[in-house]
Design a protein around this ligand. Structure first.
Ligand SMILES: C[C@H](O)[C@H](O)[C@H]1CNC2=NC(N)=NC(=O)C2=N1
Length: 98
């Protein structure tokens, strides 16, 4: 998959509040949960989805906070697939927090 241009990345991020640029290759979002197990359950859903897509975010759980960061390392940058996936991560979060 093709790497997105700088303009393409900036445009995508405009519609994704919460996601921030770490550097030219990685974006990151921190999600807060009501309790530890809600965060772990979210990570479980992310893991299933990522495995299905064969595209894997880096994940860390810090008590009630889950941090996801993603890049397409084979493409050496950010791709449409990264953005398709982060939109789904945000949807899963909204469902989880209802
Ligand atoms: C061979 C395998 O499909 C690749 O190594 C996949 C696995 N998961 C991946 N995940 C992410 N985030 N980026 C990749 O480039 C990537 N490559």
């Amino acid at each position: 998959m093709e790497r997105l241009t700088e303009e393409g990345i900036i445009k995508e991020l405009e519609n994704l509040p919460g996601w921030k640029r770490l550097d030219e290759k990685w974006i990151e979002r921190k999600y807060r949960f009501k309790n530890f197990l809600a965060g772990v359950n979210f990570v479980d859903q992310i893991a299933e989805y990522a495995e299905g897509k064969k595209h894997h975010p880096f994940i860390s759980i810090d008590y009630k906070m889950v941090t996801l960061k993603i890049s397409s390392w084979q493409a050496k940058g950010l791709t449409d697939l990264d953005f398709e996936m982060v939109k789904h991560f945000d949807e899963l979060y909204e469902e989880a927090e209802k």
